[in-house]
Ligand binder design. Structure first.
Ligand SMILES: *Cc1c(COP(=O)(O)O)cnc(C)c1O
Length: 370
C-alpha cells in the first residue's frame, strides 16, 4: 500500500457550518470564503457542496475565482484583494466577478475600461485594521468617484475587523462606529463581519456576512457560545509504519528532546512537517489511535513523527488511521500547542496529503473509506 497521509473532509459538516453561519448572521446574505483552496479543504468541492445554498463566494485572487467558474459555480464571487492590474479587468468582465476596490489607481483603471456589463464593486474602508482600504476621511470622495462611473452598477461598503476574535478588546466596537458613521447617507449595502463577528451577533439582516474559518469547524474563540454547534470538517490521518520498544533513558527523534522515563513502546507515523503537521507541536500535542490518546513524542521530522503506544499490549496493532487532528483531537488544540492558529494549519497542508471526501449531501454517499 502507498504511504498513507490523508485529510478526510466532511462535506455535510461544512454545509451545516455554512447554514449555522447564515442563521447566526440573522439570515443575512452570506458569502462563503473559499480563498486559499477553501482553507486547504479543496475550493471546488467545498463550493460545489454549497452551490445550492450559498449566496456568494469570496476568494483572494482571480485565479481562484476562475477555478470556481470553470467548475460550474454561478454565484457572485468577490475578489477580496480586488484586481492587481488593468489586464485583469477583461477577466473580471468575462467571468462576472465582483472586485474589492481599495485604492485610487483601481478607480482610475475602472474608469478607463469598457465593460460588457456594469459591475458591482465592494469599496473597502480602512476602519482600523490598517491593511487595505480608504481611510475614513478619504472614503466619501472615493465613493463619489466610483458612484458616478457608468462602469459601476452597485457599491457595497466593506471593512475588516482587526480583533473581532478578542472579546476583551474595544477595537471592534470602535471600527463599527467609524464604519457606520462614515457611510451614513451613502447608498449601498454593508459587509463587515468575518466568522468572529458573526459569532458575536454583529450582523444585521441587510448586511453581507463573510464567514471563513467557522465553515471549517474551527471557532476563532472557544468562548463564543455557538462554538459547540460547529461541526469538525477535517480529520487529518496517517498510519503507524514502524514500532519499537525503548528503555528508560533512551531518546526519540532528532536531538532527543523526548527521553523515556520507563520502558516504552514507540510508534512511527507517516506524517511530518512537510505534510503540514506543525514541527512546533513536537512533544506538545496528542494523536488519537484506536480509541486511545497517544502523546506525540519528541521532534516532528519532515516526513514522520513518533507517538506513545505504550498503552497497547498486543504486538500486532490494528490497521487503523492515527488521527492527528479531527473530531477527537481538535485542530485548535494542535494549533495552540504549536503557537499558531487553525487557519495556518489548514492552509499549510501539503498537496502530498490526499484529500478524501465523505458525507457529500449531494450524492448521499455517506461512507468512510479507511
Ligand atoms: C479571510 C477573510 C474573511 C474570513 O475570515 P474568517 O476569520 O476566516 O472568518 C473575511 N473577510 C476578509 C476580507 C478576509 O480576508
Amino acid at each position: 500500500m502507498a504511504r498513507f497521509a490523508q485529510a478526510e473532509i466532511n462535506l455535510s459538516a461544512i454545509r451545516h457550518n455554512y447554514l449555522l453561519a447564515k442563521q447566526l448572521a440573522n439570515g443575512a446574505r452570506t458569502l462563503a470564503t473559499v480563498k486559499a483552496n477553501a482553507y486547504g479543504h479543496g475550493a471546488v468541492m467545498v463550493a460545489s457542496v454549497l452551490a445550492d445554498v450559498a449566496d456568494a463566494f469570496s476568494v483572494a485572487c482571480i485565479e481562484e475565482a476562475i477555478e470556481l467558474r470553470e467548475s460550474g459555480i454561478k454565484q457572485p464571487i468577490v475578489l477580496l484583494e480586488g484586481f492587481f492590474s488593468q489586464q485583469e479587468l477583461a477577466l473580471i468582465d468575462q467571468f462576472a466577478l465582483w472586485p474589492v476596490v481599495h485604492h485610487d489607481a483601481q478607480i482610475a483603471q475602472l474608469a478607463e475600461y469598457s465593460f460588457k456589463q456594469p459591475l458591482q464593486v465592494w469599496l473597502k474602508m480602512d476602519s482600523g485594521m490598517h491593511r487595505l482600504g480608504f481611510l475614513p476621511h478619504q472614503y466619501k470622495a472615493a465613493y463619489q468617484r466610483l458612484a458616478q462611473l457608468p462602469q459601476v452598477s452597485r457599491i457595497v461598503h466593506t471593512t475588516h475587523f482587526a480583533s473581532a476574535d478578542d472579546c476583551n478588546s474595544a477595537v471592534t466596537e470602535q471600527q463599527v462606529a467609524l464604519f457606520k458613521q462614515t457611510i451614513k447617507g451613502l447608498a449601498g449595502d454593508c459587509s463587515h463581519a468575518n466568522s468572529a463577528a458573526i459569532m458575536r451577533g454583529l450582523v444585521k439582516q441587510n448586511d453581507w456576512a463573510r464567514p471563513g474559518i467557522m465553515l471549517y469547524g474551527s471557532s476563532p474563540n472557544a468562548q463564543f457560545s455557538s462554538s459547540t454547534q460547529l461541526q469538525t470538517s477535517m480529520r487529518l490521518c496517517a498510519k503507524v509504519i514502524a514500532q519499537r520498544t525503548i528503555q528508560a533513558g533512551e531518546g526519540v527523534g532528532y536531538n532527543h528532546i523526548f527521553k523515556a522515563e520507563r520502558t516504552m513502546r514507540v510508534g512511527t507515523v507517516s506524517m511530518g512537517y512537510a505534510d503540514g503537521y506543525p514541527r512546533a507541536a513536537g512533544n506538545q500535542s496528542v494523536s488519537y489511535f484506536n480509541k486511545t490518546y497517544c502523546a506525540i513524542l519528541g521532534r516532528v521530522s519532515m516526513d514522520m513523527l513518533s507517538i506513545d503506544l505504550s498503552r497497547f499490549s498486543d504486538l500486532t496493532l490494528p490497521d487503523e488511521p492515527v488521527e492527528l487532528w479531527g473530531p477527537h483531537v481538535s485542530v485548535d488544540q494542535v494549533a495552540k500547542a504549536a503557537g499558531t492558529i487553525s487557519y495556518e494549519l489548514f492552509c499549510g497542508l501539503n498537496r502530498r496529503v490526499k484529500r478524501s471526501y465523505i458525507n457529500n449531501p449531494l450524492t448521499e454517499s455517506v461512507k468512510r473509506d479507511n
